[in-house]
Unconditional design. Structure first.
Length: 204
């Protein structure tokens, strides 16, 4: 019968319910992890400790092996029955995913996302080589669907050339309709009308 508790290096490790891993409340660490680190040092990022004989109660160092996370999890996944696979799928859809969605929508989740995006911007994760819509030069910027110009000058030049900001006005001198950029202070349709307009204003 599998013992409820095991001891190593003066620490007591208790087996979880349903035959799960042995864990030490004082160390806040699983026994197989502690044993491996006792002999080998800190586990590198991206690696996990595997029970070679798949027996979680056999935490002797000779039964422990360091594997990459992907290899370790694939090794265990290959041993699952179809019933176990279905249970994991249902648990993911019914429990894990709804809770994940709820967390991401929460104030804490939103705060985490904001900080994560801020850090990515600071380390340049969002930077890409882009081509300016106006001049065709390559520049570095964020690929967000809005940033398509290498400078404000090119952005303004493109808008002027495309007529995006053009509006129609009526010349106060000749009465003709003309188009002009809404950001320009054009009042008349031509230079001759502008000269006449200035003379009239000076005489009034």
């Amino acid at each position: 019968m599998t013992p409820k508790t095991q001891y190593f290096n003066g620490y007591r490790f208790t087996r979880g319910e349903e035959g799960t891993y042995y864990r030490c409340a004082k160390l806040k660490k699983r026994m197989h992890v502690y044993v491996w680190e006792y002999y080998n040092g800190t586990i590198p990022d991206g690696y996990e400790v595997h029970h070679i004989d798949f027996d979680k109660s056999n935490n002797d160092i000779s039964n422990l092996q360091l594997l990459t996370q992907s290899k370790h999890r694939k090794l265990h996944a290959d041993l699952l029955t179809e019933e176990q696979r279905n249970w994991k799928r249902n648990n993911l859809n019914e429990n894990a995913r709804p809770k994940a969605v709820e967390w991401h929508k929460s104030e804490k989740g939103s705060s985490w996302h904001s900080e994560h995006i801020k850090q990515q911007r600071e380390n340049g994760s969002f930077k890409h080589k882009l081509i300016c819509t106006n001049c065709g030069n390559v520049y570095i910027g964020e690929k967000n669907g809005k940033n398509t110009f290498c400078s404000n000058a090119c952005k303004s030049a493109y808008r002027r050339g495309s007529g995006l900001d053009d509006i129609k006005k009526i010349c106060p001198i000749c009465g003709n309709e003309f188009e002009t950029n809404k950001y320009r202070q054009s009042t008349t349709c031509s230079r001759s009308c502008a000269n006449r307009y200035r003379r009239i204003k000076n005489e009034s």
